[in-house]
Design a protein around this ligand. Structure first.
Ligand SMILES: CC(=O)N[C@H]1[C@@H](OP(=O)(O)OP(=O)(O)OC[C@H]2O[C@@H](n3ccc(=O)[nH]c3=O)[C@H](O)[C@@H]2O)O[C@H](CO)[C@@H](O)[C@@H]1O
Ligand SMILES: C=C(OP(=O)(O)O)C(=O)O
Length: 423
């Protein structure tokens, strides 16, 4: 086990290249299992969630190999079987729930353990189940697993009670192989949903409207292989933008789609940071003084809940009081007690954090989930005069930040990993 050591106080300067998106990758990998011939995925991020999914796909009988370029994966699921997976690796990540939609669509059956991953609050999957049932599947809860069975999936009109990224994608996967037309209404509009629809369409599916609140899926009899490049990770990109502002640095965040980051750009500008948008990059120039702002985390195109924790750390750097409210996950505040250990003045009131500006000091802190970990990294980078913060719980951070230490070092940060001594 390792911990992350960060000596703070250095403004980040330079260019950072953003990898493919985790939240796309973890859906595209299960989606590729629906193809009867090989799929090539380019721009895959190097993350523990991706490795875990690769192991699961191999356990299911798919042949998964990295190709010439180290970011391209070949998935040959031609000989795959819907082997029951009630336990094991599926419990390690949230997105293992996409195996339900993928296997149900291709084989008409699946047994998948309830997902693991970051549990910052209860994360139900009732809308996924409602969608599978509407398509004609029988759903059984067996201990900690879900068994799905369908003689034949039939298209249906499904109105989601809550706007859910996971349910939208899972229903899209299963419905791609249902007989007839499926309509998903009140669908999530995140860019990752468009990415999954793009892959499925390249595999022969007929999906229209991804990225809007109504998605139309005409089922097809089979899906085939193709080559697809994963969209850039807007959450990683947003985190580096926040780091650049927090350290009063000057960073070009490159290989991104700036439109995906409009909500972050607008908030950083409102605080006083200078932002320059190019075709595939955004330059953030930090300023000595920041205005407090109010932030509401919402579904896309609103400010992403996955960026609210790192944003909390940035808001400790203003000269006043900010209020950050999470409307997607109302209790996603596990980073707050750790930031308070670093001297932050933050109070959680209902689904809001009230953050008073002030200097942070080094401490030994623990990441309780992925973005809570990102919040601690942002905070540690702001600690003045080389004060060293120790962050444990790296297994969470490794779920979502490709080459974090390498990237931060290139930007001039003093950061390294050290073994945790168990004494
Ligand atoms: C792998 C992945 O892509 N993870 C992302 C995905 O998670 P995930 O897809 O799990 O999140 P959802 O969009 O489904 O959740 C949104 C809200 O709907 C609720 N809900 C969801 C499903 C359901 O069946 N019932 C229900 O009540 C959730 O509790 C939450 O309050 O979107 C979240 C919201 O942008 C992000 O934080 C996660 O990083
Ligand atoms: C919560 C997240 O991921 P997951 O849904 O995979 O746990 C995240 O990426 O911030």
């Amino acid at each position: 086990m390792e911990k992350l050591m960060i000596a703070g106080g250095r403004p980040l300067r330079g260019t950072v290249q953003i990898s493919g998106a985790k939240n796309s990758a973890v859906a595209l990998l299960p989606a590729s299992l629906m193809a009867e011939t090989p799929v090539l995925l380019d721009n895959l991020p190097h993350l523990s969630d991706v490795e875990t999914l690769n192991d699961i796909m191999r356990e299911l009988g798919a042949v998964v190999t990295w190709e010439g370029s180290e970011d391209t994966l070949r998935i040959d699921a031609s000989a795959m079987k819907p082997i029951p997976m009630p336990n094991g690796n599926v419990k390690k990540l949230r997105a293992s729930y996409y195996l339900m939609g993928a296997l149900l669509g291709r084989f008409g059956e699946a047994v998948i353990g309830l997902p693991g991953g970051c549990n910052f609050e209860p994360r139900p999957i009732d809308q996924h189940i409602k969608g599978f049932e509407a398509l004609g599947a029988r759903v059984y809860h067996e201990g900690g697993a879900i068994r799905l069975q369908a003689k034949e999936l039939r298209g249906a009109r499904i109105y989601l009670d809550v706007v859910s990224v996971g349910a939208t994608i899972n229903i899209m996967l299963a419905a791609s192989r249902a007989k007839g037309l499926t309509l998903i209404e009140n669908a999530a509009k995140e860019p990752e949903i468009i990415d999954v629809a793009t892959l499925l369409n390249a595999m022969g599916a007929r999906i229209k409207g991804a990225g809007t609140e109504t998605i139309r899926i005409e089922g097809v009899d089979s899906l085939h292989g193709c080559r697809h490049s994963i969209i850039p990770d807007r959450i990683q990109a947003g985190t580096y933008m926040i780091m650049a502002a927090a350290t009063r640095g000057d960073v070009v965040v490159d290989n991104i789609i700036p439109k995906h980051l409009e909500a972050v750009t607008a908030k950083l500008q409102e605080m006083g940071a200078h932002i320059y948008e190019m075709d595939e990059s955004i330059r953030v120039v930090g300023q000595p003084i920041y205005q407090p702002v109010d932030v509401k985390a919402l579904v896309y195109p609103g400010f992403a809940t996955d960026l609210q924790s790192p944003m909390t750390s940035l808001l400790t750097q203003t000269n006043g009081t900010s209020v950050l409210t999470d409307h997607v996950y109302n209790h996603r505040f596990k980073h707050v007690p750790e930031l308070v250990r670093m001297g932050a003045k933050i109070k959680v009131e209902g689904r809001s954090a009230v953050i008073e500006g002030g200097m942070l000091s080094p401490a030994k802190v623990k990441a309780a989930d992925l973005r809570a970990g990102a919040a601690l990294v942002v905070a540690a980078l702001t600690v003045p005069n080389g004060g060293v913060t120790e962050i444990t719980g790296l297994e969470y951070i490794d779920r979502g930040y490709d080459r974090l230490v390498e990237n931060l070092r290139k930007l001039g940060a003093e950061v390294w990993r050290e073994p945790v001594r168990l004494d």
